[in-house]
Write a protein that binds this ligand. Structure first.
Ligand SMILES: CC(C)(COP(=O)(O)OP(=O)(O)OC[C@H]1O[C@@H](n2cnc3c(N)ncnc32)[C@H](O)[C@@H]1OP(=O)(O)O)[C@@H](O)C(=O)NCCC(=O)NCCS
Length: 153
């Protein structure tokens, strides 16, 4: 369990958290949320790297990463509940996960982001990520461009 600012803490997901994570994801990405079965399999296969923000009463965010494979990790998802955005929680989540991936032997961390997602792009840049290649105009299909970004430790 990792203490965060205020009463919040970061902990490993449990099966009982899945409906709350599903709700957060649907609220954040209404057009394209993870289906329940995908979250369920992330929980089973990557549960040690699927961390949720808890304050003892409710969940307020989550982060999902892959453990290092050949020294390379991916951040697959990052969500802060809408009411808490802009207060440093996203940075705390990323900083905690990056520290952990580094300890586990990652030499680089990769992610993709919608180039129009100003808050996410700003966050990643502030953490030291830089664009890797040109934006892919249809990375997740038509109208879904993504920029790959990379942080080297
Ligand atoms: C992206 C997201 C996780 C950021 O979390 P957050 O808690 O709001 O971010 P923070 O308050 O920690 O801000 C971190 C940095 O991002 C920047 N930032 C945050 N909101 C911003 C905004 N609306 N516009 C521009 N920059 C912004 C700030 O400059 C801040 O840098 P600083 O700490 O040096 O001041 C959050 O907005 C979110 O959940 N968005 C919806 C889901 C999403 O887009 N996830 C990323 C998918 S790739």
């Amino acid at each position: 369990m990792i203490p965060l600012h205020g009463d919040r803490f970061l902990r490993k997901i449990t099966e009982a958290d899945l409906p709350d994570v599903l709700r957060l994801d649907r609220e954040t990405f209404p057009d394209d949320p993870y289906p329940y079965f995908a979250l369920r399999q992330f929980h089973d296969a990557l549960g040690d790297h699927l961390l949720v923000v808890d304050d003892g009463t409710a969940l307020h965010g989550y982060i999902l990463a892959t453990p290092p494979l050949h020294a390379s990790s991916w951040i697959l998802s990052l969500v802060v509940s809408p009411a808490l955005r802009g207060n440093g929680l996203g940075r705390e989540l990323m900083t905690a996960m990056l520290g952990r991936l580094r300890e586990e032997g990652a030499g680089e961390v990769l992610l993709t982001v919608d180039p129009a997602n100003d808050s996410a792009v700003a966050l990643y840049r502030h953490l030291g990520f830089t664009p890797s290649g040109e934006p892919h105009p249809e990375y997740f299909g038509p109208g879904e461009p993504r920029q790959r970004m990379r942080l080297a430790f």
